[in-house]
Ligand binder design. Sequence first.
Ligand code: PAF
Length: 276
Amino acid sequence: MQSYAESLRLQGKKISFVPTMGYFHEGHLALMREAKKMADCLVVSIFVNPTQFGPKEDLSKYPRDFERDSQMAQSVGVDVIFFPSNQEMYPENYQTYVNVEKVTQNLCGLSRPGHFRGVTTICTKLFNIVKPHVTVFGKKDFQQFIGIKRMITDLNLDIHIIGLPTVREADGLAMSSRNVYLKANERPSALQLVASLKLAQKLYDNGERKSAAIMDEVIKLIKSAPYTDIDYVKICDTNTIADIDIIAGEAVISLAVKVGSTRLIDNHVFGEKLNA
Ligand code: PAF
C-alpha cells in the first residue's frame, strides 16, 4: 500500500482516504462518494482496530463482512481497499502510541479510557501508509473528528480533513455498524436519542441557553423509554469539547446511551440542520 501510494504521488495523482472498521452502511458510502470527487485515487481501509476497544467492549463480536463491504465499495467507485491484518498493524513488540490530550478527555474519553489513544494511533499509522492528500470523516463521531483534526494540526500532517454530517435511517436513527445489535423491541427506545436532540434544538430555539435546563429535559425524555441506560448527556464547546454552563458560542450536545446491550452515540450542533 505504501509503495503504491508513493507511486501515485510520483505520478502527480491525488489520493483521498476514508478509514473505516468495515460493515458498511449508507453513512460510510456518503463519505466515500464525497472522497471520490476529490481525488484520482480513493482508498478505503477496513480494519477493526483492537487498540481502541476496552477489555469489556465488543471487539470480538464487532460485525465483519468483507465480501459485502467490497461489493458496496465497488458500487461507489472505491479504487483500493486496504485490509491489513492485526499482525501487520501491531506486530510483536509494538509499543508506540499517539495521544491527543485535552479534546479527547471528556465524553467518550471518560467512559472509554484509552479509546482515543487507539483511534489517533491507528489513524496516524494509516495516514503514513496510505499517504492521502485528503481524508473524510463522519461527524457522528464528533469528538473523534475534532481529535483527528487537532492531531493533524498539531503534528503538521499534510492532510486536508473534511467532516460530513451524520447520515440517518428513514426513522432518524443515526447510522452505525452497531445498529445491527439492536433488537426489534429496542428500536423505539433507540429513537429517543434523535428525538431528544430535536427537543434540545427546540428548547434552544425558544431561547433556552442554560445547559443544565436543556440536559435535564433530554435526560427525562431518554429515561422515559425502556431499556435505556444513559452513559452521558453533555453540552460542550465544539472546539475544546469542554463542558459549558451557558451556551454563547458554537455548542454541541452529545449523547451516549446504552439501549439494551448496545451503546449508541449521537450529537447535534445547536443551530445546524438536523437531518431527521
Ligand atoms: O470511526 C471509525 O470507524 C474508527 O474509529 C476509525 C476512524 C476507522 C479508526 O479505527
